[in-house]
Design a protein around this ligand. Structure first.
Ligand SMILES: Nc1ncnc2c1ncn2[C@@H]1O[C@H](COP(=O)(O)OP(=O)(O)O)[C@@H](O)[C@H]1O
Ligand SMILES: [Mg+2]
Length: 260
């Protein structure tokens, strides 16, 4: 059984006022995401990417259809599905290690076990030496590392990421993409997570994903699902990479101005 099962999911938001028409954000989405798969969702702004991720997290409920993880309907947020947000969502009054510790405390992990988890995650995301810093003392890339470490520290089954690198400058974005690619290439099967990444970057999706789900413009429907069968770590100069990028650009360009 695949881990995440999205079955005929539709999401309609009510209009902002009673006069406004309801918004059909997603229309009849069905896809299965396998255990330990890295799956990206791409599509234009407003096509429902965040809506889909929020439903996977349990922050929002589908209007129709349903989502299961390991056979259980996603009804509410859970430790087993952690989210990394574009704006980091760190507590400014807590240090790096306190931010990472927070989820462990909420999950009631005993104090003596917390430190080793924190140390491991800090090393994994390359933040050794920055444990006592506060978020305002960190660059955007470092803040996002903390956010990823915090999400991984509670040992989720599924890691959900909503445009995690979009707020970074081009150079830091490239570094974070490469590092995540390196982590994916190195990670043993037992530490790998099922990952769902929302991005509007075609390159990021190809660099990282096993599969890419392309959504149409609003209402979001599945336009195409592509396998990315390239060895890791991936190289943007590889002719297969270039061909896939070309194909994805064409798909995305077809959707410009296609809002219903
Ligand atoms: N809470 C909400 N209430 C009403 N409309 C919403 C809400 N959240 C999103 N929408 C609308 O649903 C559509 C999809 O939004 P979203 O999922 O944020 O798209 P994306 O992340 O792809 O940019 C947009 O038209 C957006 O305005
Ligand atoms: Mg979004």
């Amino acid at each position: 059984m695949s881990e995440v099962n999205i079955r005929n999911v539709t999401k309609i938001y009510p209009g902002h006022s009673p006069k406004d028409a309801p918004v059909l954000a997603l229309d009849d989405i069905s896809v299965n995401i396998a255990d330990k798969e890295f799956c990206s969702i791409i599509g234009h702004s407003g096509c429902g990417k965040t809506t889909l991720l929020n439903m996977l997290a349990g922050f929002e409920q589908p209007t129709a259809g349903n989502i299961t993880v390991h056979g259980e309907t996603v009804g509410r947020p859970s430790w087993s599905r952690a989210m990394v947000f574009q704006d980091y969502a760190l507590f400014p009054w807590l240090t790096v290690e306190q931010n990472i510790s927070f989820g462990l405390e909420m999950k009631q992990i005993p104090k003596e076990k917390r430190q080793s988890v924190i140390d491991k995650q800090i090393r994994l995301v390359g933040l050794a030496g920055f444990e006592k810093r506060y978020p305002h003392q960190l660059s955007g890339g470092m803040k996002q590392r903390v956010s990823i470490a915090r999400a991984l520290s509670v040992d989720p089954e599924v890691l959900l990421m909503d445009e995690p690198f979009a707020a970074l400058d081009a150079q830091n974005r490239a570094i974070m993409q490469q590092e995540m690619g390196r982590l994916l290439a190195q990670a043993d099967a037992d530490v790998r997570k099922t990952m769902v990444l929302v991005t509007h970057s075609i390159e990021e999706a190809i660099l990282l994903s096993d599969r890419i789900i392309v959504l149409s413009s609003r209402p979001g429907r599945i336009k195409e699902i592509l396998m990315v069968d390239l060895p890791r770590p991936r190289n943007e100069d590889d002719p297969n990479f270039i061909a896939l990028r070309h194909h994805l650009r064409e798909l995305i360009n077809e959707e410009v101005g296609a809002v219903e």
